[in-house]
Design a protein around this ligand. Structure first.
Ligand code: PMP
Length: 361
């Protein structure tokens, strides 16, 4: 059986070259006669690949020297509680922009740990579709310990393409858009991401943390989530997810070979333009997000007649296109087109959508 095109939002498709390399190396990694999962994380051979992965990520994202790059456990949601406990006091006020389902979860979690979570703004309906309130309308606090937002809402397919200009340190949940295009890391206090979309296996997370924000964690913070402790121990305070770290390293190597984030950004914008262009040209499919706020990673779309949804998904699967069912909260369809989705996958999806429309429109 050949591999299908997998549009799942996460765990998501990984580069085929990376999977083949991992397959080749699985039984006997690095000539050591064992797999990478079976070696101590303290072994110099393992430490070398862990360090290389960090260096490659630093190179790809041009991470400034005064930022820690941490490889953590607990996925994206783990960071929802790690962030307030690491960089805000129990009485602090923090600002959150609420742009969708994942922002909402982050807000609910933060409420457990700080004095006040101030929701500065949300989405709104505009003439062109669903949009995010303009920054002039945001109700920012004077004294926020940080400003949190989710630049790419995975479920809603809504994105904020400009980095906000606020006085507080910016924290960004980049679970579904990290590494998708070049980024000025120096504008952020903390960037975090669950790994299972653009990085590697699930259960793993990356946090990129500005050193100057650390030093006063809340006493409730567990040590494995403590950025300063993990930074001091090079993300090996406890046993890390060694396989996920290794595989993520292979993905970083692959990204460098593709030409880095400038090349990925170009390809990602091209893929998104193809898919949105087709959807907008059709009377049969719809996307309800305002063009200025459309995600280039997650493309939700609806069929005008939702009684055709099941047939669409079944026939897509038969055509080798899987993972297209929209999130259970919103229904419809969603095509996640992360870095590892080739242009050919998007073209195959559009071809299928055209054929389906002709047969059922
Ligand atoms: N944030 C965003 C934007 C996400 O898309 C997700 C997962 N889909 C999460 C956080 C949660 O990640 P995890 O399941 O790894 O905790």
């Amino acid at each position: 059986m050949s591999r299908v095109f997998n549009f799942s939002a996460g765990p998501a498709t990984l580069p085929e070259e990376v999977l083949k390399r991992a397959q080749q190396e699985l039984l006997e990694w690095n000539g050591l006669g064992l797999s990478v999962m079976e070696i101590s994380h303290r072994d110099p051979e393992y430490v070398r690949i862990a360090q290389q992965a960090e260096q490659d990520l630093r190179d790809l994202m041009a991470v400034p020297d005064d930022y820690h790059v941490l490889f953590l456990q607990g996925g994206g949601r783990g960071q929802f509680s790690a962030v307030p406990q690491n960089i805000a006091g129990p009485e602090a006020t923090v600002d959150y922009l609420d742009t969708g389902i994942w922002s909402g979860y982050a807000i609910r979690e933060a409420k457990k740990f700080v004095g006040k979570v101030n929701v500065v703004g949300s989405t709104e309906q505009r003439a062109g579709g669903k949009a995010i309130m303009l920054p002039e309308q945001w109700q920012l606090s004077d004294n926020a310990a940080y400003f949190h937002y989710c630049p790419n809402e995975t479920v809603d397919g809504i994105a904020l393409h400009q980095i906000p200009e606020v006085n507080a340190p910016i924290v960004a949940d980049m679970s579904s858009n990290i590494l998708s295009e070049p980024l000025d890391v120096s504008k952020f206090g903390v960037i975090y991401a669950g790994a299972q979309k653009n990085i590697g296996p699930s259960g793993f997370a990356i946090a990129i943390v500005k050193q100057s924000l650390l030093g006063q964690p809340q006493s409730s913070l567990c040590s494995i989530m403590d950025y300063a402790i993990q930074a001091k121990d090079h993300s090996m305070y406890n046993t890390p997810n060694t396989f996920a770290w290794y595989l993520s390293g292979l993905v970083f190597e692959w990204l460098k070979a593709q030409g880095g984030l400038a090349a990925m950004g170009q390809q990602n914008r091209h893929k998104a333009a193809l898919l949105y262009g087709f959807i907008d040209s059709s009377e049969f499919y719809h996307n309800h997000v305002h063009t200025d706020y459309r995600s280039i990673m997650n493309v939700p779309f609806q069929l005008v007649d939702d009684s055709l949804d099941e047939r669409f998904l079944r026939e897509a699967r038969e055509a080798g296109l899987v993972g297209l069912k929209g999130h259970r909260f919103v229904g419809g369809m969603r095509a996640s087109i992360y870095n590892a989705m080739p242009v050919a996958g998007v073209e195959a999806l559009i071809d299928f959508m055209k054929t389906f429309e002709r047969a059922n429109g």
